[in-house]
Design a protein around this ligand. Structure first.
Ligand code: SF4
Length: 342
């Protein structure tokens, strides 16, 4: 099995005071923890970040990662150069503080010869909760301050796209910028501002309310939309366009625990206590039946082996996102075994 072009997610905090109604991690926000880096954690993260087969390092959280900006900047400092970072945020800081955060981030990333994309949530759920909105501000910041190593993009869980499109165009206008939307596919738009292009990615909301579920793609519709975007069948792993093979999708949790993204019933170690390298994780995928099946066989083929029961159908309707699906199937004895048994 070829594995190349890995994605490393680092969830640096569980703290968040924003309170989006849909949040899957709300139970962790008040008493949750933020990542701190031990000596071994630094060594492990440096090895994971600097491996040549890593395509991107994505910093986010089970909370708002701006609440642990210090560790984000420490992680950026572990790079030996030539890395692509991404920071996923609601951008809730007051604008002056946001500008200082951008400056410091740009300084570290540029000095190391890396780049960092700031990916701002731009959906109706976040926007109604955030007082200081960073979208128009960030476009203006880019235009006037011209940071050498920062770029911006947007993400949304409004798959009907109406809200996000109107909001971003209006926001740009409020900051004196001419903007337009160019649709690219069922899960992608581009915001064009004064001739410059900014990506907008749409994701399905997990567990939509019964009265809003019709606005989202169902599990099979969502998988089809992803397959149309990547031009191949959907399997787990970090998706790369053909002819490139997929890579590994590794998540580091705020307490240092490691999981393959979406396979959270199998803990793979901890960055504070174990020596972690991509080669060990590749061996795990090759030798573990569940991970191997999910990484090598299209998910819709695997689901066809177990979707004939009312229980699986009810999980499919609610989970609405392939990466949450496995987590929920794992709560019911025998379902995952049935799915991966040849
Ligand atoms: S900003 Fe993110 S972590 Fe915070 S409540 Fe909203 S979805 Fe949850």
């Amino acid at each position: 099995m070829e594995l190349h072009g890995h994605l490393l997610y680092i969830d640096i905090t569980q703290i968040c005071g924003i309170g989006c109604a849909f949040c899957m991690y709300a139970d962790k926000h008040k008493t949750g923890m933020s990542m701190e880096l031990s000596t071994l954690a630094r060594e492990n993260l440096a090895a994971l970040i600097n491996a040549p087969s890593v395509k991107r390092i994505s910093i986010s959280g089970e909370g708002e990662p701006l609440n642990n900006a210090k560790v984000f900047h420490e992680i950026l400092g572990l790079s030996n150069g030539g890395r692509r970072f991404e920071f996923i945020t609601s951008g809730f800081f007051p604008h002056e503080k946001m500008a200082s955060f951008y400056e410091e981030t740009d300084r570290i990333v540029a000095a190391n010869g890396d780049v960092c994309n700031i990916r701002l949530s731009a959906d109706s759920h976040h926007i109604e909760k955030v007082k200081w909105r960073a979208h128009g501000f960030s476009l203006d910041y880019l235009k006037h301050r011209q940071p050498s190593a920062l770029s911006f993009s947007f993400r949304s869980i409004d798959t009907d796209r109406h809200f996000t499109r109107e909001y971003l165009v209006e926001e740009a206008k409020r900051w004196g910028l001419d903007a337009d939307i160019v649709p690219l596919g069922p899960l992608e738009d581009v915001l064009v501002v004064d001739g410059q292009r900014f990506g907008i990615d749409y994701k399905n909301l997990v567990h939509p309310d019964a009265d809003t579920a019709h606005k989202y793609l169902d599990m099979h519709g969502y998988i089809e939309a992803i397959e149309a975007k990547i031009n191949k069948r959907f399997t787990f792993g970090s998706l790369n366009k053909p002819p490139q093979a997929n890579g590994m999708d590794l998540t580091v949790k705020p307490n240092g625990d490691l999981y393959l993204y979406g396979i959270e019933n199998q803990r793979l170690g901890n960055i504070h206590f174990d020596r972690v390298r991509w080669e060990h994780l590749a061996t795990h995928i090759r030798e573990t039946p569940l991970a191997r099946a999910l990484y090598t066989q299209p998910l819709t083929d695997l689901l066809a082996r177990c979707d004939d029961t009312a229980l699986v159908q009810s999980i499919l309707v609610k989970a609405n996102n392939p990466y949450w699906l496995v987590k929920e199937l794992a709560n019911h004895e025998g379902l995952l075994e049935q799915m991966v048994s040849a």
